[in-house]
Each structure stands twice: as structure tokens, then as C-alpha cells.
Design a protein around this ligand. Structure first.
Ligand code: KIV
Ligand code: ZN
Length: 537
């Protein structure tokens, strides 16, 4: 093992600058409305981020209003608006953050490209002109706020002596944070780290006057997190990053990966801490993914669906005996309720029995053997066997698979400024139709309220996911829900070419599962049975 990493000179926490709402929103396919931005900003503050780049106010009135509203509301995080070295940009960004509610005030982030390729082909300006323009812009921004950040865009591809010169000029003009972006994700860790060491060596005022150096890494070569950490090891005191690593092209450095790398390897990165509350990571990740529509890849580090899933029997057995055999992080630390053992053909009876128990079922050895035989047959055909598959096997074996309530028909009204009203008709097991109307916050909420009235089952919706399972105009949409019924988590899935119908079917599947379980519990004679489990047949 290599020697431990040298501790930072300044042991204060590394500032986490989140740019999900600015660089992240520049991800192809992501776009957030005003309310969604505010909701995410509130959650980012709960997560403990130090700075939130809430938008690029000159780009639209919507962005301006969102930055202004977020700055006016958040009481702890510094809210920042981005601006080019253009007077109008700086005015809009300054106006948006100058009345920030946080006691330390708002921040304007000014940037200007400095690399040769940008100077010659984009700006068509000589370096001296760029320095003068940057200085003027920083001074202009200082008229609005005391906290001004400057970024030499494409900094990592800028000649080092130019980078030193523009940094000195920016500090003189009043910038308090200097961010060195790896705009196109071209840098490698040693090289990127060296830039920070070199700047501190050449410009003693950085450490002397408490100027914050900052990293901003893009992930074009998959090195964004490694580069950010290299910067920190060389004296950067701020990391710019996004939730789920979303951002331009291949994205930005992922906040959750940086935070958990520094924390999990605290033995190696001793003294490098952040103010992030890990327990809020999973929730924040889900929120950003749901609101932007950018789904997180299953095997994404830290927060991907498979990050805490174990498929092979040997791994599963190890985790069940002692979690740390195959898990370096405790999923509960980042707010994931429990590790997920994906069952597959390599899984053993032990893992299956444990999962069945977690799902709230109590079965004897004979039934377990029957479930196991069916499970093995299924696993031969299907690589991953999910909880829903196991529940389906159990439902059939225990006779609990009946559709107590079936969707007969539904209609619902929806509109941007109106409350939705749903009329839902369900058929019960005797064939009788029951219908109810209900209001809701959107069409799906209205349908769910009507279903709760008809079935008499009240649940809290915990998870709602939708995805297209086929392509084209007639794409089948699949909705998966997880509801909480008196502490028991129950899932349901629905499929339809109409996404609302798929949502209704998924909800109904979960309610049917609860109902059948309740019926069986009432009828149970087994001494093992309790009100939340399925008893022996
Ligand atoms: O990647 C980049 O260079 C940027 C700047 C605006 C900081 O996002
Ligand atoms: Zn960027």
C-alpha cells in the first residue's frame, strides 16, 4: 500500500459548489421549470452544499427569475449566477443575486476563455485584450457583490504562464475565487493537479490572502472525479460538480462520487472533508433524476440501482454474513434504505430465504423449496430476478395472485392551471363495478385518490418510475411504483401505451397485493402469522 496522502495545509472543509442547475441543466435533454429549480435548490441546501450556481441569468427571463428567487430564499448556501465578460450579462447576474438572503451574500461568476484555440478561433482576441476585458468585468461584478469568482474558460489547455498572469490580474481586480475549468475534459489527474500546485507556487497571495482555488471538471474521458480530487490534493479548496454527474456532453464531476470517495477513503485523504450530509445524497439524486428526466445508469457509482446489488451467490452469502466483505460503503449512509441483493441463477437458498423474509412473507421449508425450484427455472431464462418476480412466484404458490380489483375504465382531466379530476371505475372480485371521482395534484394523483376511496386502502407513494419499454409513437410505457402501507413497502408494475393507464395499473397491482395479504393474514391459522405477512396456506 502506498503511504498515506499528505494532509491539507488548510484543514477547513472543501467547499462544494454545485452547478446542477446551470452546467447540469445544459445537459442535452434536461430542462427544468421554475418550481422544479426551486425544489432542487432547497434540497441542495439540505444536502449541505456551500455554493449553488443557480443559473445563467442572461440566457432567459426564466433563468433570471429562478436565480433571483433561489437567492432570495436560501438562508445558508451562497447562490451564484454565471456571466460572460459582457456588461449586460454581469448586470443581469448581479441583479439576480445582489439581494441574497444568506448573510454572506450572493456571488457572480464571470468567465472568459483563455486557451490558444479559444483565443484564436472563438474570441479572436489577443491575450492582453482578454486580461483587460476580464479585469473590467470582475470590477463591474464587484459593484453588485463582494464575492466574485473568475474562470479562465478552457483553463487546463491554457499555457501555464498565461494562466498565472490572468489569475494575478483577476485577484487584483477583486476576484476572491479562481476556478480553473477543464472545460473539454481533456486533462489527466497528475497534469491537472500540477496546475494548482504551480499557481500556488507562483502566486503566494493565493494562500496568504485566502483566495480560493477551484476545480471544474468535465467527464469526456471519464476522469472528472479523479481530476477534481487531484486538484484538491494540490490545494484547491472548492470543487464544482453536479448531482449524478449531469452536465454538458459527458457531464461534470459527480458530487456524490467525490464526497463518498473522500469520506470512504478518509484513511487516505485524511483531513479532506466536506460539509455534505451523505444521508441526503440518495434523495437528492432521485429528485434530480426524476425532475430532469435524466435517468441514472444502473451501474453508476454510489447511487446507481446496482451500486449495492450483489448477484453472485458467493458475494450474496458474504454480504449476508458480514456486509463489509463486499460493500465498502453502507448504503444507509447515503440514504438508501437497504442493500439490494439481485437474485440470479448463482444465488443460493440462503439469499432467497432472506429476501422472502424481507418482503414480509413467512413460509416453511417445503414452501421455500417450491419457491426455490421455480426461482431457479426463472433464473435460467432471465438474468436478474427482482423482488416483483419473487412476489409473483409467491403469489401463485400461496394463491395470493388474484386481481381483487381490476381497472374497468377511467377518465381524467388535466391542464397547466387547473386541478385534475379523475373518474375511476374498478371491478371487484364478484364482478361488481364501483366508481368514484376525486381531485388531485395532476392526473395521476387524482386517479390514485379515487382508487384509495374505492378500495379503502390508504398508502403513501414512495417511488414512482416510468420508462419506455419499446420505441416509436406506440411505445409501451412501464410504470413501477412503491407504496408504503403501515411500514410495509409494496411494489406494483403496470404496462400500457397510455402512461396514465400504466400508472393506474401499477398502483392497483400494489393495492391488490396489500389486500390479498390482509385477507390471508385474517384467515391465517399459523402461529407464525402476523398482520403484515402472508401466512401458510
Ligand atoms: O466548463 C466550463 O468551462 C464552464 C465555465 C463556465 C466555468 O462551465
Ligand atoms: Zn462546465
Amino acid at each position: 500500500m502506498p503511504d498515506a496522502n499528505p494532509s491539507p495545509v488548510d484543514p477547513s472543509p472543501i467547499r462544494i459548489f454545485d452547478t446542477t442547475l446551470r452546467d447540469g441543466e445544459q445537459s442535452p435533454g434536461a430542462s427544468l421549470n421554475h418550481h422544479e429549480k426551486i425544489e432542487i435548490a432547497r434540497q441542495l441546501e439540505k444536502l449541505g452544499v456551500d455554493v449553488i450556481e443557480a443559473g445563467f441569468p442572461i440566457t432567459s427571463d426564466g433563468d433570471f427569475e429562478a436565480v433571483k428567487a433561489i437567492a432570495g430564499e436560501l438562508e445558508h448556501a451562497t447562490v451564484c449566477g454565471l456571466a460572460r465578460c459582457v456588461p449586460k450579462d454581469i448586470e443581469r447576474a448581479g441583479e439576480a443575486v445582489k439581494d441574497a438572503a444568506a448573510p454572506q451574500g450572493g456571488r457572480v461568476h464571470v468567465f472568459c476563455a483563455t486557451s490558444k484555440i479559444h483565443r484564436e478561433h472563438k474570441l479572436r482576441k489577443a491575450f492582453d485584450e482578454i486580461i483587460a476585458l476580464s479585469k473590467r468585468s470582475i470590477e463591474h461584478a464587484r459593484q453588485y457583490v463582494e464575492d466574485v469568482e473568475f474562470s479562465p474558460e478552457d483553463g487546463s489547455r491554457t499555457e501555464l504562464n498565461y494562466l498565472v498572469d490572468i489569475t494575478a490580474a483577476a485577484i487584483e481586480a477583486g476576484a476572491t475565487t479562481i476556478n480553473i475549468p477543464d472545460t473539454v475534459g481533456y486533462a489527466v489527474p497528475e497534469e491537472y493537479g500540477h496546475i494548482f500546485a504551480h499557481m500556488r507556487e507562483q502566486l503566494p497571495q493565493i494562500d496568504r490572502d485566502g483566495i480560493v482555488l477551484s476545480s471544474h471538471c468535465h467527464n469526456d474521458l471519464g476522469l472528472a472525479v479523479a481530476n477534481s480530487i487531484a486538484a484538491v490534493q494540490n490545494g484547491a479548496k472548492q470543487i464544482e460538480c453536479t448531482i449524478n454527474g449531469i452536465g454538458e456532453r459527458a457531464g461534470n464531476a459527480a458530487l456524490e462520487e467525490i464526497v463518498m470517495a473522500l469520506r470512504t477513503r478518509g484513511d487516505y485523504y485524511a483531513g479532506f472533508t466536506t460539509n455534505i450530509k451523505p444521508a441526503e445524497i440518495f434523495k437528492t439524486s432521485r429528485m434530480v433524476s426524476n425532475l430532469t428526466g435524466l435517468t441514472v445508469q444502473r451501474n453508476k457509482a454510489v447511487i446507481g440501482e446496482n451500486a449495492f446489488a450483489h448477484e453472485s451467490g458467493i458475494h450474496q452469502d458474504g454480504v449476508l454474513k458480514h456486509r463489509e466483505t463486499y460493500e465498502i460503503m453502507d448504503p444507509r449512509d447515503i440514504g438508501v434504505p437497504e442493500s439490494k441483493l439481485v437474485l440470479g441463477k448463482h444465488s443460493g437458498r440462503h439469499a432467497l430465504a432472506d429476501r422472502i423474509k424481507d418482503l414480509g412473507y413467512r413460509i416453511d421449508d417445503d414452501t421455500l423449496q417450491k419457491v426455490y425450484d421455480r426461482f431457479k427455472q426463472l433464473a435460467d431464462k432471465k438474468k436478474d430476478v427482482y423482488d416483483e418476480d419473487i412476489e409473483a412466484i409467491l403469489d401463485v404458490l400461496l394463491g395470493a395472485g388474484r386481481q381483487l380489483w381490476e381497472l374497468a375504465k377511467f377518465s381524467v382531466t388535466a391542464g397547466s392551471d387547473e386541478t385534475s379530476v379523475a373518474l375511476v371505475e374498478l371491478r371487484d372480485s364478484s364482478g361488481e363495478i364501483r366508481r368514484e371521482a376525486a381531485y388531485g395534484d395532476g392526473p395521476i394523483d387524482a386517479c390514485y385518490s379515487a382508487i384509495q376511496i374505492i378500495t379503502g386502502v390508504t398508502v403513501a407513494l414512495e417511488r414512482y418510475e416510468t420508462r419506455a419499454v419499446t420505441g416509436g409513437k406506440e411505445a409501451q410505457g412501464e410504470v413501477s411504483v412503491q407504496v408504503n402501507h403501515h411500514g410495509r413497502k409494496v411494489r406494483g408494475r403496470g404496462l400500457s401505451t397510455d402512461v396514465i393507464e400504466a400508472a393506474v395499473k401499477a398502483y392497483l397491482a400494489a393495492i391488490n397485493r396489500i389486500k390479498t395479504t390482509q385477507e390471508r393474514a385474517v384467515a391465517a391459522t399459523s402461529p407464525d402469522a402476523d398482520s403484515e405477512t402472508v401466512a401458510q396456506p
